[in-house]
Design a protein around this ligand. Structure first.
Ligand SMILES: [Fe+2]
Length: 552
């Protein structure tokens, strides 16, 4: 059983530094390490087929470096190491987060035809100006070749969310140095830049977002993950997205549990959706927030035609668009109605049905495609739990309402039990639906947008609004901004009354048939954390779903 601490660690930070860690804007930028020197890299794509050539873009203060690549699966398998490669410092444009770094290719290597699909971690090491080693990490995906893959699972990494949260260069879809005052988040972000520190690899000691500390009575909650990031030189968003915090935990667990898993990026979902057709089961995990219209089409068509989709992920929220062959991701988010040309323009090119592609949230009226239509749940009826002023002492597992469901076979779970509390599976962003409880069983409301035949198996509370008398308003990280946005979207205005109507969210596990296929969705970012922590019930439910969908 998990023992919950009651003391927040301080990581050696002063109160002022802790405040900066949470409310400040800090990010990776060339020159940040000063006299020590730096090495940075990115690849020319997120995913490649076997046999492809990877172009590596490197900028370094050193003239030579060492390249090492391991496949990061059930075990770490070294696949390539090269010494004495030549590097140089390359100029980086100020708005590199938006337009890309534009570095020239420093090195090219070929992926072996025999490299199994999966995630491959790059480590570059060189000598710093003070003689100590400098290093950087990156990750790329070897995707499967087309064709029938009986018995194999396809995991689609949440690369849209990686791109959105990547702090490298100063701007992402959250904070930024973009706009006239250099203080806005960027509605367009580039894939042609290094990943921020902590996306490819993390030490075991890195805190996750949900609190593992029991917030003492009447005390303001703290944010150990951001404080740790600030104290240790990691990205402010390391715990919000990336291979290391999320996707890797499912991939490694599934391989160790004996499943044959292939890996793709969301670019494949968008550009080559037929990749799904070879699989009996496709899986989405972790923090999976940003999707294009085409990606949803890919999953909807796949399931309609008999595919089985399992989503162990939270926060299905924003519609993105790709530009420049997928090298740029567009999402105006909260500013979509004010600034997105697809919504705004009188230009006929952007009118009629294209207006549905406005890069705001899926529940927006102009989009006409409620999120629940694909995976059964949506972000706007879910959101935060287990951190900040949003249920910091809330449940750590999913409260179960329908223990007799096939997904729970062999877990020994009861009505009213918590599934995944030991592994803290419930948080930090969860997906839900509007619901009613009758006779002790939840059902989606008629206007919830839930697909026909959807059953709610488990349901926990979440909050859209940071409401705590213990946190001064200007110390709130989450605040009421999202609740106001959701009220505007769902009710049509931001009045207190509207906010009060929508501020209570939920996080659910649901299951429904669609066409000839089926969808299972455990709507929590932290499901993967429970797999990593060896939570036996969460492992069993995951296996039950995969085994059924693979017809094992
Ligand atoms: Fe999110």
């Amino acid at each position: 059983m998990h023992i919950i601490e009651t003391e927040f660690p301080d990581f050696g930070l002063t109160p002022e530094q802790r405040r900066e860690a949470v409310l400040g804007h800090y990010y990776e930028i060339p020159g940040m390490d000063g006299a020590r020197g730096e090495i940075w890299c990115y690849t020319d794509a997120y995913a490649y087929p076997p046999g492809a050539t990877v172009n590596l873009h490197v900028s370094a203060t050193a003239s030579r470096y060492r390249l090492e690549i391991v496949r990061d699966g059930a075990t770490e398998t070294p696949v390539l190491s090269q010494d004495g490669l030549a590097a140089a410092w390359q100029d980086t444009p100020d708005q590199c987060s938006v337009i890309g770094c534009g570095w020239s290719v420093s090195h090219a290597f070929r992926i072996g035809e025999d490299w199994p699909s999966g995630a491959y971690r790059i480590t570059l090491t060189a000598e710093g100006r003070d003689g100590n080693p400098i290093t950087c990490h990156h990750v790329f995906i070897v995707r499967p070749l087309a064709g029938r893959k009986p018995g194999r699972v396809l995991q689609v990494a949440a690369t849209g969310t990686w791109t959105a949260y990547n702090t490298w260069g100063g701007s992402n879809h959250y904070q930024g140095i973009t706009g006239p005052g250099r203080n806005q988040y960027a509605p367009m972000v580039s894939t042609e830049r290094p990943f921020c520190r902590g996306f490819a690899v993390l030490p075991e000691s890195a805190p996750r977002v949900p609190l593992e500390i029991y917030t003492p009575p009447a005390a303001p909650p703290r944010y150990p993950h951001m404080e740790w990031a600030y104290a240790n030189g990691y990205s402010k968003k390391y715990a919000s997205a990336g291979w290391a915090s999320y996707d890797s935990h499912f991939f490694r667990w599934a391989e160790r549990a004996g499943y044959a898993v292939d890996l793709a990026s969301q670019h494949e979902l968008h550009f080559t959706p037929e990749i799904l057709d070879g699989y009996d089961c496709v899986v989405f995990v972790g923090h999976d927030e940003y999707w294009t219209w085409e990606m949803r089409d890919a999953v909807d068509n796949y399931v309609e035609n008999g595919g089985r989709a399992a989503r162990f992920a939270g926060n299905f929220m924003w519609q993105t668009r790709f530009e420049d062959d997928g090298k740029k991701q567009v999402c105006y988010k909260y500013r979509a109605r004010a600034e997105d040309p697809v919504y705004q323009s009188e230009d006929p090119v952007y009118q009629s049905e294209d207006r549905r592609r406005t890069s705001g949230c899926w529940e927006a009226e102009e989009t006409g495609r409620p999120a629940a239509g694909t995976f059964g749940l949506n972000a706007l009826r879910g959101l935060y739990v287990g951190w900040g002023g949003c249920a910091p002492r809330g449940v750590r597992g999913f409260p179960v309402y329908r223990p007799e469901h096939w997904a729970f076979a062999g877990t020994g779970i009861y009505y009213g039990d918590l599934l995944g509390a030991d592994g803290h599976a419930f948080g930090y962003e969860v997906d839900g639906l509007d619901y009613v409880i009758r006779g002790g069983l939840p059902e989606p409301t008629e206007d919830s947008g839930a697909p026909e035949g959807l059953e709610i198996l488990a349901l926990g509370m979440s909050s859209l609004k940071e409401e705590s008398a213990d946190i001064p308003a200007d110390d709130q990280f989450l605040s009421d901004a999202d609740a106001k946005f959701v009220a505007e979207t769902l009710v049509g205005n931001q009045s207190d009354e509207s906010v009060n109507r929508i501020k209570r969210g939920s996080g659910m596990i649901v299951n429904f048939p669609r066409g000839r296929g089926e969808v299972f969705h455990a709507g929590s970012c932290e499901w993967v954390a429970a797999l990593k922590r060896g939570d036996a019930m969460v492992e069993r439910v995951t296996s039950n779903v995969l085994d059924r969908y693979l017809s094992r």
